[in-house]
Design a protein around this ligand. Structure first.
Ligand SMILES: NC(=O)c1ccc[n+]([C@@H]2O[C@H](COP(=O)([O-])OP(=O)(O)OC[C@H]3O[C@@H](n4cnc5c(N)ncnc54)[C@H](O)[C@@H]3O)[C@@H](O)[C@H]2O)c1
Length: 359
C-alpha cells in the first residue's frame, strides 16, 4: 500500500476521496492546505490521517506520493517541494500554469529520479479508451481529422471562488483544454504544430454563488480560444474552448477517417456512449471495450501507483505545450512548431470497478 499525502482540500478533493478511500492500493496518510481548517476537516473524515502544513507533509516519511490538488498557480511550487524531498508527485491539471514551470517540474523530477503524474485521468475511463480502441482497430480507416468543442458561459456561474479561472494558468483553454487535447493525443497521437486565434468578451466577471456572490473579478486571460492542431501522423484537429458562449449542441469530440466517423463522449467524464458510423452503414453505439469502468477522479493516481502510469508528466507536458503554443499563436498570428512529443500510453484493458478497487 502506498502512502499518499494530499495538498489542497478544495472543491475537487471530495471526488478524489470517493475513488481513493475504498481503493486498497493507496492509503491517505496526511493532508495539508493553506487554510488549516480545510486540512483538519478532511483529516477528521479519513481514518489514520494527519493534518499537516505543506512543508511537513512533503518531508513526512510516511508520504510516498504527493497528490497535488491546489490551484494551477500553486502546482509548480507544491510539485517542486515534493520532488525536492524525493517524493513522486501526481497533480491536477494543468501540469503547471506556465510551460516554463512545467519544464522545471519535469527537469527536477528527472534529476531526482522521481516520477510525475498528472490529470486528466478521465481519458482512462471507458469513453475515450473505447473510442481509441476503435481507432486503433482500424474501424474508421486512416484517421484524417477530429473536432473538439467546449462552450460555456464561464465557471463563475457555479464555482464559489472562481478567480483562478481568469488568471494566468486558467482560461477555458488551460482549464478545459487538458481533457480535450489529451483525448485528441490519445486518439490521433502527438501534435507537431498549432495555429490559434483568441478573444476576450469582457474585462470583469461577477461571482454568482457562495459567500462572495455579486463580487467582480478581473479577467487576465483570453476567454475564447480556437485553433488547429497538426498531428505528427498527418491528421488535423480543430478545437474551440470558450467561456464566451451560452449553450452548444456540438459533439464534444468527433473523429473522421476514410472509412468511418466516431462520436466520442464528454472527455471531462469517465464514461458515455461511443458511436460509430462506418461508411455505407449507420450510427451504432459501441459496447465499452477498454478503460477503467465506473471510475472517477483519482483513477489516474491508482494507475500511476501501479506504474508506469498512463496519466504521466510527459503527456501533461506535451498537452501543456500544445495549449500554450495555441495561445502564443493566437497572440502573434503565426503558426507555432512544438518541441515536445510523447508516445501514446498503452490502451487500458477493460477493468471493472471491483478489480481496480481491490488491486
Ligand atoms: N472544480 C472542478 O470542477 C475541477 C475539476 C477538475 C479538476 N480541477 C482542478 O483541480 C484543482 C483544484 O481545483 P478546485 O476547484 O478544487 O480549487 P479550490 O480553489 O476549490 O481548491 C484549491 C485548494 O488548494 C489550496 N491551496 C492553494 N494554494 C495552495 C498552496 N500553495 N499550498 C497548499 N494549499 C493550497 C486552497 O486553499 C484550496 O483549499 C485545479 O487544478 C483545477 O483545475 C477542478
Amino acid at each position: 500500500m502506498t502512502g499518499v499525502g494530499i495538498v489542497g482540500l478544495g472543491y475537487i478533493s471530495g471526488q478524489y476521496l470517493q475513488t481513493l478511500l475504498p481503493a486498497s492500493r493507496v492509503r491517505i496518510v496526511a493532508v495539508a492546505d493553506l487554510d488549516p481548517a480545510r486540512a483538519e476537516a478532511a483529516a477528521e473524515q479519513i481514518p489514520g490521517c494527519r493534518a499537516l502544513t505543506t512543508e511537513e507533509l512533503v518531508a513526512d516519511p510516511a508520504v510516498e506520493v504527493v497528490l497535488n490538488l491546489t490551484i494551477p498557480a500553486a502546482h509548480a511550487e507544491v510539485a517542486l517541494a515534493a520532488i525536492a524531498h524525493g517524493k513522486a508527485v501526481y497533480g491536477e491539471k494543468p501540469l503547471a500554469a506556465t510551460l516554463a514551470d512545467a519544464t522545471r517540474i519535469m527537469d527536477a523530477a528527472t534529476a531526482a529520479g522521481v516520477r510525475v503524474g498528472s490529470a486528466p485521468d478521465t481519458v482512462l475511463g471507458t469513453g475515450v479508451q473505447t473510442a481509441r480502441a476503435a481507432v486503433d482497430d482500424g474501424r474508421i480507416g486512416r484517421p484524417v481529422s477530429a473536432s473538439a468543442m467546449w462552450i460555456s458561459p464561464g465557471h463563475e456561474a457555479w464555482h464559489p471562488h472562481p478567480d483562478f479561472y481568469y488568471r494566468e494558468g486558467g482560461g477555458p483553454l488551460l482549464d478545459m483544454g487538458p481533457y480535450y487535447v489529451t483525448s485528441l493525443v490519445q486518439l490521433l497521437g502527438p501534435v507537431s504544430a498549432v495555429s490559434g486565434a483568441g478573444s476576450r468578451s469582457r474585462d470583469q466577471r461577477v461571482i454568482a454563488s457562495g459567500p462572495r456572490a455579486g463580487e467582480s473579478i478581473d479577467v487576465e486571460v483570453d476567454t475564447h480560444l480556437t485553433g488547429i492542431l497538426h498531428h505528427a501522423s498527418g491528421a488535423i484537429s480543430t478545437i474551440t474552448m470558450s467561456f464566451d458562449g451560452v449553450r452548444s449542441t456540438a459533439a464534444p469530440i468527433e473523429v473522421h477517417g476514410v472509412e468511418g466517423s466516431l462520436l466520442v463522449p464528454d472527455p471531462n467524464m469517465f464514461d458515455g456512449d461511443v458511436q460509430l458510423h462506418p461508411r455505407g452503414d449507420q450510427w451504432s453505439t459501441l459496447e465499452p471495450s477498454a478503460g477503467y469502468a465506473d471510475s472517477g477522479r483519482g483513477i489516474g493516481l491508482l494507475d500511476f501507483v501501479a506504474g508506469p502510469g498512463r496519466a504521466d508528466g510527459a503527456m501533461a507536458l506535451h498537452v501543456l505545450e500544445i495549449m500554450t503554443a495555441l495561445a502564443v499563436s493566437a497572440a502573434s498570428g503565426a503558426r507555432e512548431k512544438l518541441r515536445t512529443s510523447v508516445e501514446r500510453p498503452s490502451l487500458v484493458p477493460l477493468t471493472s470497478a471491483e478489480t481496480w478497487t481491490s488491486l
